[in-house]
Design a protein around this ligand. Structure first.
Ligand code: MG
Length: 307
């Protein structure tokens, strides 16, 4: 097993967009800087979506404009924004965003509900988004495609691996640089993970496949471990376990970054991320959001500090 895994931190976007409390732009910048200081290299921190639907992300334009004004401060970190369509892309390009996450699903029901497009329509939209972005930024852009509901859907129920693989293939052929395979409502188990990942890795290679697990039913770490065994080297996770999905009822709890890193550290797999600094940051986030942190590692860490 190679000894390095890239942790893709989604807390400041996927996490915060499901929180009732809105974090200020200054706080977001503070947490983003601290995450980078902890060793995070890929950081999703904005979404150019409709502010009336996702008010937590309404300041993404201001956030990226502030970052652009001091870009050199951020070193090698890649800062990502979600763009659902051309309207979002134009807003993102205008403030200097260059790493774009595109969002579709393995099921039409969820795609329609979440992004207001069928899967086929979203893929056509992404083609246009990609072309515009590449032309206006001289090709200096990166794309990551999310396949949500890859294992189960709140509207359509269980999702076959065949269905998920079809959308993964479409994104791979678009092409996007990386495809993040998502268990949006946290129903996947290691066997189901294998059914999707084995063919996906064989066909599209380790460097292009990432996983995005939710811990709704307590299987996120088990699924991550299975993914690692199969060769996956990019895993999405969220500071403290923040967030879920506002349009997927019952979806709670992204895999916590700290829980993932604790396991990887134990397995001698390097991430370059300092676990204790992250745990401290999570506690600060809990204070800001006035909510408990779901990460088991952070809970145990905080308790050990009090004893
Ligand atoms: Mg998520």
């Amino acid at each position: 097993m190679s000894t390095r895994v890239e942790v893709f931190e989604v807390g400041l976007r996927d996490g915060l967009q499901n929180e009732p409390r809105i974090l200020s732009t200054a706080d977001k910048i503070y947490f983003a800087r601290e995450l980078v200081a902890c060793g995070i290299r890929d950081l999703e921190l904005g979404a150019f979506v409709r502010p009336d639907r996702v008010p937590q992300m309404a300041d993404s334009g201001r956030l990226f404009a502030l970052i652009r004004s001091k870009r050199s401060d951020w070193g090698p970190a890649r800062l990502w924004s979600l763009v659902p369509n051309r309207v979002g892309l134009h807003r993102a390009l205008a403030v200097g965003s260059r790493n774009f996450a595109l969002f579709t699903a393995a099921t039409n029901g969820f795609a329609e509900k979440n992004i207001g497009m069928s899967i086929a329509k979203s893929l056509r939209e992404f083609q246009a988004v990609k072309q515009i972005a590449e032309e206006s930024a001289d090709g200096r852009v990166r794309f990551r495609g999310y396949v949500s509901t890859a294992f189960g859907c709140p509207i359509e129920g269980k999702v076959s691996s065949k269905k998920a693989l079809k959308v993964i293939e479409a994104l791979a052929k678009l092409p996007v640089d990386q495809i993040s395979i998502g268990d949006t409502i946290g129903v996947a188990d290691p066997r189901g993970v294998e059914a999707v990942l084995r063919p996906a890795l064989r066909e599209w290679g380790v460097s292009r496949i990432a996983v995005h697990f939710h811990d709704t039913r307590g299987t996120a770490l088990a699924n991550s471990l299975r993914a690692l065994d199969l060769g996956v080297r990019v895993i999405d996770s969220s500071l403290g376990g923040l967030g879920g999905c506002p349009f997927a009822p019952g979806a709670a709890g992204n895999l916590a970054t700290e829980d993932l890193i604790y396991m990887l550290n134990g397995m001698r797999i390097k991430t370059g991320i300092d676990l204790d600094s992250l745990a401290r940051l999570s506690l600060l986030m809990a204070k800001k959001l006035k909510r408990p942190i779901t990460s088991r590692y952070v809970q145990a860490w905080a308790k050990s500090k009090c004893e």
